[in-house]
Each structure stands twice: as structure tokens, then as C-alpha cells.
Write a protein that binds this ligand. Structure first.
Ligand code: HEC
Length: 253
């Protein structure tokens, strides 16, 4: 009964998330193309996260000791390169900014990023981080193609530079048959160059997103290894069992 309820709840959740994805419009998402098995990329992603994101965002479900182990870093390397907001390696990634201040500055507190890759998807975050464009009407000076009116500033502007977005206005027929103007995103136009080329910036964001996917399920690689052991045990057990069966039945048949 309990299991049935679980399945039912699961399918409701699936339906609900499906609907949420269908409802969010906007330009198509480019694939992030990250690989959580790539340790070097995760190490770069961890560095990017600590340098550019952890000032505002926490990742309160992940401990530095776990990161050290999974990313094949020594504790000394973690202390020297990643730990700006903590004293002890078993602490989680916290944020220094008091929530009240954050709310006053941004209108809302920057969300914890531990589970963001699972709730929004890696492709979305990859596009979101590359989707800022200049907007004189916005308090932060920028808007985002994938999260219109966002209060997150373009924190990677030094690397990417600033761009303008060009929109085409088209006439469309509205629900009541009247004509309405619909804007479609056309392209980005670079205005101020950043320190990175477009390819390098994409790679930088890919590594960062990779790290976010990793922290959203740090146990994954352990589980995969465990799965292999379980399979090996089953095969081994099957061989023993069939040998045993032969032995037992040999006098009967
Ligand atoms: C200066 C503070 C600040 C920094 C630094 C910052 N963010 Fe944010 N971020 C915010 C705020 C504020 C929001 C809430 C935006 C909103 O909902 O409009 C946000 C929201 C987000 C979201 C959620 C978007 C959504 O669709 O709800 C993601 C993902 C994100 N940030 C990723 C990052 C990453 C990755 C970095 C580092 C490269 C970073 N942020 C650096 C302030 C910051």
C-alpha cells in the first residue's frame, strides 16, 4: 500500500515538473555537455564556484571533506584553494552574507545551490549563466534571457564582457483574434569584451555547472562503484550456485 502511494506520488511529481518545464518559455536551451566523471573539470568547477558564487550562494548540504575525497584533493589543497568561508574541513559551504542584508540588496536571498542542478537542470543553469545582457532599466544594469527581471547581477562580466540582446518584434494573433506584438530573441551583440574568448567562457561555465551537478548528488560515484561490486557478487554467486546444483543432482539424473 505504502509502495503504491509512493509510486503515485512519484508520478504526480513527474507530471508536476513536466508541466513546470512546459510552462517556462524562452529561447531553446543549449546543451551543457558537462561530464561529472571528469575530475579535472570538477576541480576547476569547485574553484570557480568558491571564487565567483560562494560570496552570495551557500551549498549547505556538501562538506569540504567530501569534496576533498571525491575530487581527489588533499585536505591542504582544499584549505588553501577552496575554503574561504569556513574554519574546519568538515563544515559545509556557508555564505557570509546575512540573509537580511541579502534580501535588502537583492529583494530576495540568493538560493542555496546544493540541489539547484537537480531542480532546474544543468542545461538551464548553463544557459542562465551565459544569458545576461545589458538593460538600462534594470537596477543591476542587466537582465537575463532565461530569467527575465532577475535580481542576480552579471557576476561573471569580467570574464564574459557585456552584451546587448537583439529582439525582433512580430505581429501575432492573440486569443481574442486581435493582433498583438510578440518579441523574439534574435542574437547577442558584444559591447564590451571580457577577458575570456567565447569558447573559454563556455568551458568555464561548463566546469562550474559540472560542479553544481556533482554537489547535487555527491554520493553518485560511490553508488556506481557499489553497483559494480554487487553485480560481481551476483555473477560469482550464480557460478557457485550452478556448480552446487550440478553436484547435488549428479547422482539423481
Ligand atoms: C552578488 C550575489 C550573487 C553572486 C556572486 C552569484 N549569484 Fe546567483 N543569484 C543571486 C540572486 C540574488 C539570485 C536570485 C535571482 C532571482 O531569483 O531573480 C540568484 C540566483 C541564482 C540561480 C537560480 C536562477 C533561477 O532560475 O532561479 C542560479 C542557478 C545561480 N544564481 C547561480 C549562480 C552561480 C553558478 C554563481 C557563480 C558563478 C552565482 N549564481 C553568483 C545572486 C548572486
Amino acid at each position: 500500500m505504502l509502495i503504491k502511494k509512493g509510486i503515485l506520488l512519484g508520478s504526480w511529481l513527474l507530471l508536476a515538473t513536466g508541466a513546470a518545464f512546459a510552462a517556462s518559455s524562452g529561447p531553446e536551451l543549449e546543451k551543457a555537455g558537462n561530464d561529472v566523471e571528469n575530475i579535472a573539470s570538477l576541480q576547476r568547477g569547485a574553484r570557480n564556484f568558491m571564487n565567483y558564487c560562494s560570496g552570495c550562494h551557500s551549498a549547505k548540504y556538501v562538506r569540504y571533506t567530501t569534496i576533498a575525497k571525491d575530487l581527489e584533493l588533499s585536505e591542504d589543497q582544499v584549505v588553501a584553494n577552496l575554503m574561504f568561508n569556513a574554519d574546519k574541513t568538515f563544515e559545509t559551504i556557508k555564505v557570509n552574507m546575512p540573509e537580511d542584508d541579502a534580501r535588502r540588496w537583492f529583494g530576495q536571498a540568493p538560493p542555496d545551490l546544493s540541489l539547484m542542478a537537480r531542480s532546474k537542470g544543468t542545461d538551464y543553469i548553463y544557459n542562465f549563466l551565459r544569458g545576461f545582457y545589458l538593460d538600462a532599466d534594470s537596477p543591476t544594469g542587466v537582465d537575463n534571457l532565461y530569467l527575465g527581471g532577475t535580481s542576480m547581477p552579471h557576476v561573471l562580466w569580467e570574464l564574459q564582457g557585456f552584451r546587448e540582446a537583439e529582439f525582433a518584434v512580430e505581429q501575432d494573433t492573440g486569443e481574442d483574434g486581435e493582433t498583438v506584438a510578440v518579441t523574439h530573441f534574435e542574437s547577442f551583440k558584444p559591447v564590451i569584451a571580457g577577458s575570456m574568448s567565447a569558447e573559454n567562457f563556455d568551458a568555464f561555465v561548463r566546469d562550474t555547472v559540472n560542479f553544481l551537478e556533482y554537489i547535487s548528488e555527491p554520493i553518485r560515484s560511490t553508488r556506481r562503484v557499489l553497483g559494480t561490486w554487487v553485480l560481481m557478487f551476483l555473477i560469482f554467486f550464480y557460478i557457485i550456485a550452478s556448480m552446487l546444483k550440478k553436484q547435488i543432482w549428479k547422482d539423481v539424473s
